[in-house]
Design a protein around this ligand. Structure first.
Ligand code: NZQ
Ligand code: ZN
Length: 385
């Protein structure tokens, strides 16, 4: 196992009717900014629950954060924060709202001249407003991690700081009942691929992390289809298992002490930035291609994945690995996700630009061995056609 330090201070309130706990989490003396997206929370009653819980607090609102949050939108909040002397942020939404709120938390107290440098130059964040989260879409794990992703002019860039990790996150699985099938599929597959990026690397004898990861993958394989099936769509236990899996997949636990890959995500971000494809739909296209092109360096873990996640215990090595990749693709398809670029109307003519963008963003040595050069990324994109 690799050396690690692990500290995740985000307090989780999990279960039905837990939105009311925000009243005790946010100091009553705080001036709160409620941050949300395009309005889903007004249709499904979550907004009303938040406002009822904050009846003793003083708050203002900022809305309109779009999926894949845009820098220019987020910057508009700074004026409201200054005018109302906001000192606490509450994100109510999915990963985009949470990531956007993290950026706002840092931007509000940023002392540099150009806020975009937080992303473009990975300027270290020295101060940030405190924030909490009411999560409405289980997927990204952003509610209890220290990262975010923001887009500007076709550049979708990540940033990290322990200062933007939420102080608390409310995970009420009932909030996810109003999700469309498309968003359910996206969420399950995002969590699945987060687990894979930290699992499908090489062996460092980290048994706890491996078995946690295999448990998360199997839970998502079991529960994902149930969240889409008519007879179990409203089953709150199904939603609870998905929600907790998504948080656990990217809260630092399974990634501590193990090598990590993230090739699928970095190539995926370019697909979203250039072509507007939903985050998780880029992952369902890229991951199978990564498994194929990096088959030799991932051989040991592919064999373990085949046996422990898909119960493939017969046939020779090549057969087992082929079958595991096939079953992964079938699972993605079952969840309504594309697995080829052709399914999102892209072809070989688009690859040059995607590779150029990877180069511009410094993504030239990806993967657990840093062996995914631009040439290997090109092979991965070609394998995904
Ligand atoms: O904007 P509203 O009206 O809220 O609608 C949203 C949005 O249209 C809707 N939605 C959310 N909760 C709902 C709901 N609709 C009905 N009922 C509900 N309960 O769903 C749509 C998509 O929301 P979004 O927040 O964009 O989805 P997701 O949670 O998948 O977040 C994706 C973003 O997170 C980033 C992605 O790159 C992308 O920008 N990620 C963040 C990570 C992190 N911080 O650790 C890691 C991930 O790998 C990912 O990169
Ligand atoms: Zn993701």
């Amino acid at each position: 196992m690799l050396t690690f330090s692990f500290h995740n201070p985000t307090r989780i309130h999990f279960g039905e009717e837990t939105i009311k706990t925000i009243a005790d989490e946010i100091p009553v003396s705080a001036k709160v900014l409620i941050v949300f997206g395009g309005g889903s929370i007004k249709k499904n009653g979550i907004y009303d629950q938040v406002v009822a819980a904050l009846s003793a607090h003083d708050f203002v609102e900022f809305s309109g954060i779009e999926p894949n949050p845009q820098y220019d939108t987020l910057m508009k909040s700074l004026d409201i924060i200054r005018r109302h002397e906001v000192d606490y942020l509450l994100a109510v939404g999915g990963g985009s709202v949470v990531d956007g709120t993290k950026f706002i938390a840092a931007a509000a107290l940023y002392e540099g001249e150009e806020h975009w440098d937080i992303l473009a130059k990975q300027q270290s964040i020295k101060r940030a407003l405190p924030m909490g989260v009411v999560l409405t879409l289980p997927a990204t794990g952003s509610e209890s991690n220290a990262g975010g992703v923001v887009t500007r002019d076709g550049n979708k860039l990540p940033f990290f700081s322990p200062l933007v990790r939420p102080q608390f996150a409310v995970l009420d699985p009932a909030t996810s009942l109003s999700l469309s099938d498309r968003q359910i599929g996206n969420g399950v597959i995002d969590a699945f691929v987060h687990t894979m990026e930290q699992y499908l690397t090489y062996n460092v004898n980290a048994k706890v992390q491996e078995r946690f990861s295999e448990g998360l993958l199997q839970t998502l394989i079991e529960e994902g289809p149930r969240a889409l099936a008519a007879e179990s769509k409203d089953d709150i236990d199904v939603r609870a298992n998905i929600m907790w899996s998504a948080t656990m997949a990217l809260n630092g636990l399974i990634g501590a002490g193990v090598p990590q890959d993230w090739t699928t995500h970095m190539i995926g971000h370019e697909l979203t930035a250039a072509h507007g494809i939903d985050h998780a739909r880029t992952l369902s296209i890229v991951l199978p291609a990564v498994m194929k092109i990096r088959r030799e360096s991932k051989r040991g873990k592919l064999m373990q994945y085949a046996e422990r996640v898909w119960n493939i215990t017969h046939g020779d090595e090549e057969y087992r690995i082929d079958r595991a990749i096939e079953l992964t693709e079938e699972f993605f398809t079952h969840m309504g996700m594309p697995t080829r670029l052709s399914q999102v109307a892209l072809d070989s003519r688009h690859i040059d630009n995607l590779v150029d963008k990877l180069q511009q963003h410094g993504m030239v040595k990806l993967g657990e061995h840093r062996e995914v050069t631009l040439e290997v990324s090109r092979q991965i994109l070609e394998a995904a056609l």
